[in-house]
Structure formats: C-alpha cells, structure tokens
Design a protein around this ligand. Structure first.
Ligand code: FAD
Length: 308
C-alpha cells in the first residue's frame, strides 16, 4: 500500500473529468487490462480456466457500484445470476462470487437488497458455491453488516469482507454470527483518520491480530492480501495450531503478485484469485492505482507513450 497519504491525491485526480475521459478510453484500457479480465463473462471464465490450470481457484466480481437507478439494480442482479448459472455449468471449476451491495440496491432499501441477495443465494446453492459480500466505504459498513447478519440466519453460503484499517472492526468481529465466512482485507477506500488507522504499521498489526482472532474463534477466514509477511504469518499461525485448511484461504487480486500466487499454489496452499470483469472498471482501476505510486507512474507513462 502506498499509504493513505499518497492514496488521497491519486483518488482526487481520478475524479477529475479530463483524467477520467483519458483513462476510460482505449489507451486507458490497455493499462487497466492488467487488473481486469475483460468486459464479458466469457473473458472472466477464460481467466478462471487458465488459473485453474495452475491450481488456483477464482472469485468472480462483476464490476459496478453505487447504482443510482432501480433498473440498473435489476441489470446487476441479472448479470450475477448469469454468472452463477455459468458456475453451475462449469462444475469442474472452483468459482465463488463476490458482490457489492450498492449494486444490489443498498442505496434504495435494506429490503430490496436482502431480496436480491436471497435470489443470488438460491442460485449459489444450486451452483454449489458461495457469495461473498465486498465491504465498501465506511458509510456502508453498518448497513452491509445488517444485511449480512439477516441473510446468515437463513443461509450458510454467504460471507462478508471486513477491513483491518477501520477502528471499528474489532467490535464488528465480536458481533459476527458463529462460524461466519470472513474475508480479511486491509481496506481500499479513502477514509479520515478518525475512522481508519492512518499508518501502514497500524493497519498491518490489526490485520494480523484480527486474522488470528477470527481463526481462533472458529470462523472461516479468507486472508486477502499481497503482503507476503502477513500471508506467511497466517500460514504459520494455521500450521502451529493445526487448524484445517478447509477453514482458510489465501486470496489475491487478478494481476497483482502473480509470482506469489503461483508459488503459494505450488506449495499446496489454497489460493484464490479475485477476477473482476465488466464494463464499469474505472472505479476499480483507480483504487488499484492509488494503492501503489508505481502503478500511477506506469499508467501515466503508458498514456503518454501510447498517445504519441
Ligand atoms: C481477494 C481480495 C478481495 C478484496 N476485497 C476488498 C473489499 O471487499 N473491500 C476493500 O476495501 N478492499 C478489498 N480488497 C483490497 C484491499 O483492501 C487492499 O486495498 C489491497 O489488497 C492492497 O493491499 P494489500 O493487502 O495487498 O497490502 P499492501 O501493503 O498494499 O501491498 C503489499 C504488496 O502487494 C503488492 N501490491 C499491493 N497492491 C498493489 C497494486 N495495486 N498494484 C501492484 N502491486 C500491489 C505490492 O508488492 C505491495 O508491496 C481486496 C483485496 C483482495 C486481495
């Protein structure tokens, strides 16, 4: 992570109209395609098959967030149902699904979001997979966890992401239903210091502490980071305590630390890669650029070079 200090200017630049126009054109896509499988479900399945050939499982994310019109919510639900149907038809591939609740109606109503998630969870049941809920910016955490807890009363195949950078997360861990499925991440959004720890040292320490707490309390944990020290720490914790690997996965993003993804899979650890696809890739790309100054530099120099 570049650290919150560098994240802010990159995310602000990404909001500027001129930058967005440049970055969402064909030139921008050439750089974005490092992090995004493509615009269609077929593109994503092609990537899932190639990962599967290397012993790596997939989590599919149909890109989109902050849907502002009800008809777009219906489109997002339909896209996820298509993805789940495809997962059902590919029983030899290990594919989970990840969703953002703002795509499924969270800005409109709790009830609409729960109803949409229920449809996805019924389809996930048929496909024999699970649906993970991404965690978005801090203003959505209460509403997201409320939806998760309600669904968890009726469904086993649902999990949620928690962010180590948020000061509130230890309390959210305490309030989890027993045997939850939790993805532990550092956190990708721009948050004020009252809400999120501002230094990498604090975020990393909380990531390790919360991962250990979740594991010791019997939750299933998806350790989602490219931070090799944290991944090795989680592996050592699981092995020292003799915890079953059926309760732990190591997860990374498509296009980031491919070397580490491969080497952990080759060592026999359960590795899953988060594969985003779809036309709405710009907000996702800006978060990946903001995580690392080198990415922004790579992006800008490519735009200049290709544009000449
Ligand atoms: C499977 C998965 C699901 C996620 N889901 C969510 C979610 O629901 N909500 C949420 O807020 N966040 C989510 N994230 C993003 C997460 O919060 C971090 O922003 C992201 O993982 C970068 O932090 P890091 O843990 O890799 O650690 P960092 O300290 O940022 O990075 C460690 C190392 O990884 C490499 N690296 C990290 N990021 C990049 C990059 N963009 N480009 C190139 N190299 C990089 C670098 O080598 C870096 O030194 C998810 C991440 C993963 C892996």
């Amino acid at each position: 992570m570049s650290g919150p200090l560098l994240r802010a200017p990159v995310l602000r630049l990404a909001e500027a109209g001129w930058f967005r126009r440049l970055a969402t054109g064909p030139l921008g896509w050439r750089v974005a395609s490092r992090f995004v499988a493509g615009e269609t479900l077929d593109d994503a399945i092609r990537v899932a098959k190639s990962l599967d050939g290397r012993g790596i499982a997939t989590i599919l994310d149909h890109l989109g967030e902050h849907v502002t019109a009800p008809e777009h919510v219906a489109e997002a639900v339909a896209a996820y149902l298509r993805a789940l149907d495809r997962v059902r038809l590919e029983p030899f591939l290990d594919i989970q699904l990840s969703v953002k609740l703002t795509q499924l109606g969270l800005d409109f109503s709790h009830e609409l979001t729960v109803a949409n998630m229920e449809r996805l969870l019924r389809a996930a049941e048929e496909a024999g997979t699970i649906v993970m809920i991404d965690m978005e910016s801090s203003g959505y955490v209460d509403r997201t966890l409320r939806v998760f807890r309600e669904l968890r009363e009726r469904h086993e195949r649902v999990g949620v992401a928690l962010q180590a950078y948020l000061r509130r997360t230890p309390g959210d861990v305490d309030a989890l239903p027993p045997a939850s499925i939790v993805r532990m991440v550092k956190g990708a959004y721009l948050e004020p210091p009252e809400v999120a720890y501002p230094t990498r040292r604090e975020v990393d320490a909380w990531f390790a502490r919360l991962t250990a707490t979740l594991l010791s309390r019997g939750h299933t944990v998806h350790v989602a980071t490219h931070d090799e020290a944290l991944l090795r720490g989680a592996i050592a914790y699981v092995e020292r305590r003799g915890l079953p690997w059926t309760r732990v996965e190591l997860q990374m993003l498509y296009g980031i630390r491919r070397d580490l993804q491969l080497s952990l899979a080759e060592q026999g650890y359960p590795v899953r890669v988060y594969v985003p696809y779809g036309a709405e890739w710009y907000p996702y790309l800006t978060r990946r650029l903001a995580e690392r100054p080198a990415n922004m530099w790579f992006f800008m120099s490519n735009l200049i070079r290709i544009g000449r």
